[in-house]
Ligand binder design. Structure first.
Ligand code: SF4
Length: 262
């Protein structure tokens, strides 16, 4: 199924951390997960929603808008020269873009018709038939892997990870290009047992190009206040450079190609 329009909350030009080369990243609205550390709380609601302009002023603006596939492609077309020169392309992010899979498919299909490299930044939380549907139009999966223990995953993200892990295995079996992104949330995703389980899981896959370790950041805290939502991770500090390097060495010693950042 195709769709003529959908909901986005941002378009980032000249992105250099969302896949190879210079990219245009389109942020789709909607996510049914509830990660305690989510730094894009404005992405979670599928529809546009009010947000305070600043934390101190009681004046609202609307975050998100409906946009046609044609308009998105118009924005993409403007940056073609940069993709060609840098080996870049288009990345679709969120929220969880698979929530609007018809809209997502329509954008990516048009990109492929123009021979543009496509990447999908995803939590992998979607029915397998949706994953199957989009494999033909995605060149690179930027796949988030957070927690392997199902109960812990459910506690800190609101959903079981069964679908996610099965989808990752499915993509690997299909020999898709995959980069795994692990958010490093101190005390949550960097525990000894989770690191061991994640590294073992990755070592059993065959098509993972590399692992990106994404240090926790507090960029979203302000936005929670502006959305009048509760931020659950007030006590957690950002990981030090030393800790991130330690983790990099940990994965490297397991024979996994790894880097810090996107
Ligand atoms: S999957 Fe991503 S967008 Fe959704 S709640 Fe988690 S961090 Fe936020």
């Amino acid at each position: 199924m195709m769709s003529d329009s959908g909901y986005i909350f941002d378009i980032k030009k000249f992105a250099i951390h969302d896949g190879p080369g210079i990219r245009t990243t389109i942020f789709l609205k909607g996510c049914s997960m509830d990660c305690w550390w989510c730094h894009n709380p404005e992405s979670r609601n599928l529809k546009p929603e009010p947000i305070l302009k600043t934390n101190n002023i009681d004046e609202q603006e609307i975050i998100g808008r409906e946009i046609s596939v044609e308009e998105v492609l118009h924005e993409i077309d403007k940056d073609m020269i940069f993709y060609e020169e840098s080996g870049g392309g288009v990345t679709i992010s969120g929220g969880e873009a698979l929530m609007q899979h018809d809209f997502l498919y329509s954008i990516l299909k048009k990109c492929k018709e123009k021979n543009i490299h496509t990447a999908l930044d995803t939590s992998g939380y979607a029915p397998e038939e949706i994953i199957r549907k989009i494999t033909g139009v995605v060149d690179l999966f930027l796949f988030d892997l957070k927690l392997i223990d199902e109960e812990t995953h459910e506690k800190h993200t609101g959903v079981s990870n069964r679908l996610i892990l099965n989808n990752l295995k499915f993509l690997d079996d299909q020999e898709e290009n995959i980069i795994i992104r692990i958010p490093i949330i101190p005390g949550f995703t960097d525990t000894e047992s989770n690191l061991l389980q994640i590294s073992e899981f990755i070592r059993n896959l065959n098509n993972v190009q590399s692992v990106n370790l994404l240090p926790y950041n507090k960029m979203g805290v302000e936005k929670y206040k502006r959305l009048k939502k509760l931020y659950k991770l007030t006590e957690v500090s950002v990981p030090s450079e030393e800790r991130m390097n330690e983790l990099k060495i940990y994965f490297k010693n397991k024979g996994i190609k790894v880097s810090i950042g996107g």
